[in-house]
Design a protein around this ligand. Structure first.
Ligand code: ADP
Ligand code: MG
Length: 151
């Protein structure tokens, strides 16, 4: 499905709705250009899953793991062109007993566990983003006045 978000707060609300459908072991990819709102989206999901720690971009580390209900892993594969066997070894613990969000999933190619939902964020203008969500989620979208559904 496709939505438009007019602010970072709205993007967080969309993410929170998705998060409410996730269960332990689910993997969600989050794609989009720099500044599209990937980390903002993950932050909203984390808040909905009970994470109180600051959620920041893990661009300069492989990932973060946050305590929540359940725990949330936040991977950022920006630095990778491909993920080697050894690197998968380092990544594996992030997939254990957690819900996992993966920014820049392209580098993982087919290496990721089954993906529950794929989120793509696109710039529309400075404050507006198109959010496309694909996957096995119903994403019950009620009558949020702030959220306009795309075509
Ligand atoms: P990414 O992780 O994709 O590089 P970030 O989430 O770190 O992106 O940054 C997105 C930037 O865009 C933030 O500065 C945020 O305030 C801004 N922004 C403006 N409008 C939106 C929106 N509708 N949704 C998400 N972020 C937005
Ligand atoms: Mg980011």
């Amino acid at each position: 499905m496709e939505l438009q978000s007019a602010s970072p707060a709205e993007t967080e609300v969309v993410a929170a709705r998705l998060a409410s459908e996730l269960v332990l072991g689910d993997v969600v990819t989050v794609s989009g250009d720099l500044g599209a709102g990937k980390t903002t989206f993950v932050r909203g999901a984390c808040r909905a899953l009970g994470v109180t720690a600051p959620v920041t971009s893990p661009t300069y580390t492989i990932g973060h793991r946050y305590q929540g209900e359940p725990d949330v892993s936040h991977l950022d594969l920006y630095r990778f062109t491909a993920v080697s066997q050894a690197e998968w070894g380092d990544l594996e613990p992030y997939f254990e007993n957690a819900v996992v969000f993966v920014e820049w999933p392209e580098a993982a190619a087919g290496g990721l566990p089954a993906v529950r939902a794929a989120v793509r964020l696109e710039h529309v203008d400075e404050q507006t983003r198109r959010i496309v969500i694909e996957g096995d989620v119903t994403f019950a979208h009620g009558a949020d006045p702030g959220l306009r559904h795309g075509d």
